[in-house]
Design a protein around this ligand. Structure first.
Ligand SMILES: O=C(O)c1ccccc1NCC(=O)[C@H](O)[C@H](O)COP(=O)(O)O
Length: 242
């Protein structure tokens, strides 16, 4: 069985690494320099970094220069997320040298553009399916954007390479991932799924590892690492031992 990929998260708001609760603007806990955080995960053995520009996601500005600086400083693979919604923001994101980008709002609001860039850029494009129940949320998770499974079927038919699935109710809460949601999404698509939101313990990572045969490829881990629920080294060892 393949090993679950781990993607430690650096979410950037107003130049700082932060974690939100349920992705809500104003619920930030700050954890200092995004570059220091990213370098720390790299030193700890990360193979991936999940880097989010929250201001771009919320439409409160952007941290584009900082995101580029962090991405360029990494020797590991970087997944960029937040506010990538048109040719200009996609070009800027890809120009950082990131391995792939994660589209969210655009998949809900400008499906023709997303179909076009999926066709053009292949597996450099992942789509974030951020849900409350089975309703997708866009614009920094503030607006409803359609049904999860209808959107998934459409994106599958367009050749989307990968999905990043977040249960917003779990995100930043340390309450454990929504395993049922992940199983249901894996049953609805043959494409790999990256699980995001709620990881709280090494047992959660072991449980997610158990879903690898179903199609879960990786897990984004944010709050648990910042809150020191476990170290990244412990997480890497835990998923390797499953
Ligand atoms: O990814 C986005 O575009 C985004 C937009 C608006 C709010 C939050 C957003 N992302 C949050 C993340 O990707 C988190 O880093 C990730 O879900 C980790 O969650 P957790 O382990 O529960 O801290």
């Amino acid at each position: 069985m393949s090993t679950l990929e781990l993607l430690p998260a650096v979410d950037v708001r107003d130049g700082q690494a932060v974690r939100l609760v349920h992705g809500e603007s104003g619920s930030e806990t700050s954890y200092g320099s995004p570059l220091e955080a990213a370098l720390a995960w790299q030193r700890a053995g990360a193979e991936w970094l999940h880097l989010v520009d929250l201001d771009a996601a919320f439409g409160t500005g952007d941290n584009r220069d900082l995101v580029r600086q962090v991405t360029e400083a990494m020797d590991i693979k970087v997944e960029l997320s937040g506010g990538i919604r048109d040719d200009a923001s996609l070009a800027a994101a890809l120009a950082t040298g990131c391995t792939r980008v994660n589209l969210g709002t655009a998949a809900l609001e400008t499906p023709e553009w997303v179909a076009k860039v999926i066709a053009e850029f292949g597996d450099k494009i992942a789509v974030g399916l951020d849900v409350r129940g089975t309703t997708l949320r866009g614009r920094g998770w503030t607006r409803d954007g359609g049904d999860l499974y209808e959107t998934l079927a459409r994106l599958d038919s367009e050749g989307c390479a990968r999905y990043v699935v977040t249960d917003i109710a779990k995100d930043g809460t340390l309450q454990g991932p929504n395993l049922e949601l992940l199983k249901n999404v894996c049953a609805a698509t043959d494409k790999p799924v990256v699980a995001s939101g709620g990881v709280s313990s090494l047992d959660d990572l072991r449980a997610l590892s158990g879903l690898v045969p179903l199609g879960v490829e990786g897990a984004i881990v944010g709050k648990a690492l910042y809150a020191k629920a476990f170290t990244l080294e412990e997480a890497i060892a835990a998923v390797a031992a499953v």
